[in-house]
Structures are given as structure tokens and as C-alpha cells.
Design a protein around this ligand. Structure first.
Ligand code: HEM
Length: 207
């Protein structure tokens, strides 16, 4: 019989999916503002006018929700020597080799940790630059050069966040058994033993 270990409580998962859904909506509407060929994507918020009004407000809600999510997991994302070893084996990670799984990985591997810090950086940059370019409320307080610079920062951070998200979703699907951590809250004991042996030991007391 399969054994399962709890990885996330319901509050973690609700928090994660609020961030995820908002992040996707923001990415799609952001792309709609970025280039005419993506303009049709503004329909996800009911057309260009609503998309333009709602995008910054939803951005604030996403960022605040992200702060709560980050608070739940940040202490598991510190880079340790084992993560450097994992990164040195990146060829094996990509080619599905066994080496990286033999390392004493804790709750998250180096790839997940880098994704976490990339998201932290892009969300901070998106919020700060987003305030400067929020025409209806704040842009009038800044010189045009600052608005232009913030626009560039916003696009670069948005691009980085979208690429990080694609890698994150790809990895969640690619490493079989991971998705259920965020849907059901639990993972198979064998999944934990294989991919996150140190975390498995902490959870089960196994030697
Ligand atoms: C939209 C589709 C998304 C899917 C399918 C997805 C899936 C997942 C899954 C399965 C996990 C659990 C991984 C594990 O415990 O090993 C996870 C964790 C996590 N996700 Fe997502 N996610 C999505 C979007 C996002 C977004 C947009 C963000 C942030 C902006 C995000 C931030 C996180 C964080 C911080 C964790 C904890 C991992 C860590 O701290 O290193 N996710 N996600």
C-alpha cells in the first residue's frame, strides 16, 4: 500500500493558488499591454479598459499574497553547500540521472530555491516599478525619465517572472508526483525518499 507524507496544509495551498492564479492573469494582461499581437489577452479581464484598471490592483493583491507565501517557505530556501553540489550536477538533473537524488536534499532542491529567490526579486521589482508607472495615482509624482526607466524595469521583471513560472510549472509536471503536493497537500513517501531524502528523514524519523 502507498504511504503518504503531508507537505502542505490547506492554508499553504490556498495561499499558493491565489498567488498562482493572479500571477497568470497579470502575466496575460501584461503581455496584452506589451505588444499588439497579444492584445486579445486583455479579454481575460473583460477587455482593454477593465484590464488596464484592474491589472495594478490585482498586482498589489498578488504581491501581498506572495509575501504571506514567502513567509511560509523562506526558511527552507536558504542556499547550502549541498545546493552548490546539486547545481554542479545540472547536466544530470536535466538528463534525469541518479546522481542529484543521492545528495542529502532537504525540503527543496537548489532549482526550487533559485526559483524562489528569482520570484522574490521579480515581485519586488514589479511592485516598485509598477507604482511609478501607475498613471492614475502615482505617475504624476515622478519625472518622465523615472517613468521610462520604471517601464523598462517592469518589463524586464515581468519577463523574468514569466520565464521562472514556465520553468516552475514544467518542473512541477516533469518530476512525477510533485503536483499532488499542491493539489492534495501530500506526497508519496517514496517520492520524498527519492527526491528530498533529508526532508523525508525529518518527517518520518527514519535513519
Ligand atoms: C500557475 C501554475 C503553478 C503551478 C502548477 C505550481 C505548482 C507548484 C507545486 C506542485 C509546488 C510544490 C513543489 C514542492 O513542494 O516540491 C509549488 C511550490 C511553490 N510555488 Fe508554485 N505553481 C504555480 C505557480 C506559482 C507562482 C506564480 C508562484 C510565485 C509567484 C509560485 C510559487 C511557489 C513557491 C514559492 C513554492 C514553494 C517552493 C519553494 O519555496 O521553493 N508558484 N508550486
Amino acid at each position: 500500500m502507498k504511504q503518504y507524507i503531508q507537505r502542505y496544509v490547506a492554508a499553504d495551498r490556498v495561499n499558493h493558488w491565489i498567488v498562482a492564479i493572479l500571477f497568470v492573469i497579470l502575466s496575460l494582461t501584461g503581455l496584452a499591454f506589451f505588444h499588439p499581437s497579444f492584445f486579445f489577452l486583455s479579454n481575460v479581464l473583460g477587455g482593454p479598459v477593465w484590464a488596464r484598471i484592474l491589472h495594478p490592483f490585482l498586482g498589489i493583491v498578488m504581491a501581498v499574497s506572495f509575501v504571506f507565501l514567502a513567509r511560509r517557505v523562506w526558511h527552507e530556501n536558504f542556499i547550502k553547500p549541498v545546493d552548490i553540489q546539486w547545481l554542479k550536477m545540472i547536466d544530470e538533473v536535466i538528463n534525469n540521472g541518479d546522481g542529484p537524488d543521492k545528495l542529502p536534499i532537504g525540503k527543496y532542491n537548489a532549482g526550487q530555491k533559485l526559483m524562489f529567490w528569482t520570484m522574490i526579486g521579480s515581485v519586488i521589482a514589479l511592485v516598485l516599478s509598477g507604482i511609478v508607472i501607475w498613471r492614475s495615482y502615482f505617475a504624476e509624482f515622478f519625472p518622465i525619465s523615472a517613468i521610462r526607466f520604471a517601464m523598462l524595469v517592469h518589463m524586464a521583471a515581468g519577463f523574468t517572472g514569466i520565464v521562472a513560472l514556465i520553468v516552475h510549472v514544467y518542473a512541477a509536471i516533469w518530476v512525477k508526483g510533485t503536483l499532488r503536493a499542491m493539489t492534495r497537500g501530500s506526497v508519496e513517501a517514496n517520492w520524498a525518499k527519492h527526491h528530498h531524502p533529508e526532508w523525508y528523514k525529518e518527517q518520518t524519523g527514519a535513519k
